[in-house]
Write a protein that binds this ligand. Structure first.
Ligand SMILES: [Zn+2]
Length: 444
């Protein structure tokens, strides 16, 4: 049944940037018509949703999330990356069973949806990854996801696999789930980072990526000095230089963080069209550093945004990431750096581009999939919201919060409508999360 959404404004992440007094026609899962002014009356015969108090924006695309870690929020504080992993996150992840993994994913997805995120690139843990995939599929969410591949883990040996097992289980998951759930779920092989993978595993994961259409290669790189130094010691070169040596940089490769890159590495990112998933909250909270995002953008490198995992943030809310992505650069590069428009585009069409989905999602345009967020203009603490695109970018990037999210549509279906989940039982998700975390801690 076609649906028409009548809105006060649309911030499109395309051209023209701003439409006012508009209506969006959605047939099946796609946007088939957008009209403004008097032409809105043409669509009166359709099933109409009156959201004339709202601004429509494209759903946010977060390109680096760990749904498997959502249960561990607040349980890994005040640590640098390598201790954070070895002392907290690896033991927690190793204690997951199928039930706790499902509970963790459900809690993360619910938080992402109600704060306006419609698509993620997710890195799982080593085991029970099918539970994450099912949670994504069954909630109507959109994601690239892949189990973490690890065949080295010195200090915490429980969370790793023999190289062949990591490869064969990844291939089995990719064959079964890539393009599943009406193509909302796609697979992305995810070697965790250089320090937890042999050279063979890093390379084989990329070979898998090449065997499937539209698959991505997802890993962490150059997040922290301790990591960068350890990679240099083992590989005799810097992190991104080493990934280039392994021939795994490409337009289908998404590297999380990229904080500590040398000049040659910036050029390698550019030449290979490899994209950066920038995670400002996580980078601040783990004391990792501030990536030179204005420089990367000026070089033409695709930069997108993400919250990373709940225990290094401790939030999955894209409004927070947008705000910080703008703020943290200004003391370094000046107040005109990182304009709100640039940040908004990183959070929408930039994310879609990083995932190779820029022709499908990331903007509100005819022909694209209907991944739409409605923000309620009445509950902004801003008395002067004008019909001006720059003003709206600033309002959304610096003032908006999850409470402003009125409704969320993914693939033409409402998953959140008038601040209520459709098809997700919020109380059940929270009680399952509490119970499963308690049992998981008993297993450690
Ligand atoms: Zn991460």
């Amino acid at each position: 049944m076609p649906t028409v959404i009548i809105v006060d404004k649309i911030l499109t992440s395309s051209q023209p940037e701003l439409l006012t007094s508009a209506a969006i026609l959605i047939e099946e899962n796609r946007i088939t018509k957008i009209v403004t002014g008097k032409d809105v009356d043409e669509l009166a015969n359709y099933d109409t949703i009156d959201a004339s108090h709202c601004i429509a924006i494209p759903g946010f695309v977060q390109t680096h999330i760990h749904l498997c870690q959502t249960l561990f929020r607040g349980m890994a504080e005040n640590l640098l990356l390598l201790d954070w992993l070895q002392k907290r996150i690896f033991p927690f992840e190793a204690a997951h069973n199928a039930e706790s993994m499902h509970a963790s994913a459900m809690m993360g997805i619910a938080e992402l949806i109600r704060s306006g995120t419609t698509t993620i690139l997710d890195m799982g843990s080593v085991n029970h990854h099918e539970e994450v995939i099912r949670a994504i599929g069954e909630t109507g969410f959109r994601a690239f996801t892949g189990k973490a591949m690890m065949d080295i883990n010195g200090a915490f040996s429980k969370l790793k696999e023999p190289t062949e097992d990591s490869i064969s289980s990844t291939i089995a998951l990719a064959e079964k789930w890539h393009n599943s759930f009406d193509e909302r779920v796609k697979y992305a092989p995810a070697p965790r980072f250089v320090l937890s993978c042999t050279d063979e595993l890093m390379k084989e994961a990329f070979e898998i990526t090449k065997q499937f259409d539209g698959m991505l290669y997802h890993t962490h790189a150059s997040e922290n000095y301790g990591e960068v130094n350890a990679v240099r010691e083992r590989c005799k070169m810097d992190n991104v230089e080493f990934l280039n040596h392994l021939k795994v940089l490409s337009k289908n490769t998404v590297l999380a963080h990229c904080i500590h890159l040398n000049e040659n590495e910036i050029q390698l990112m550019k030449q290979t069209k490899t994209s950066v998933a920038h995670c400002p909250s996580s980078n601040l909270k783990l004391g990792s550093g501030i990536a030179n995002i204005p420089r990367y953008i000026s070089e033409g490198i695709t930069v997108s945004l993400a919250a990373d995992g709940a225990p290094c943030n401790n939030n999955l809310n894209m409004f927070q990431e947008m705000r910080l992505a703008g703020l943290i650069q200004k003391p370094v590069h000046g107040p005109t750096s990182m304009p709100a428009k640039t940040v908004f585009e990183m959070a929408t069409i930039g994310g879609a581009k990083a995932l190779g989905l820029e022709n499908e999602i990331g903007s509100i345009e005819v022909g694209k999939k209907a991944d739409i967020v409605l923000l309620d203009l009445n509950n902004f603490w801003n008395p002067l919201i004008q019909d001006d695109a720059d003003d709206l970018y600033t309002t959304i990037v610096y003032s908006a919060e999850p409470i402003n999210v009125d409704s969320v549509m993914i693939d033409g279906k409402w998953v959140y409508r008038k601040k209520e989940f459709a098809g997700i039982d919020e109380e059940l998700i929270l009680s399952n999360a509490r119970n499963e975390l308690k049992k998981l801690l008993d297993r450690i």
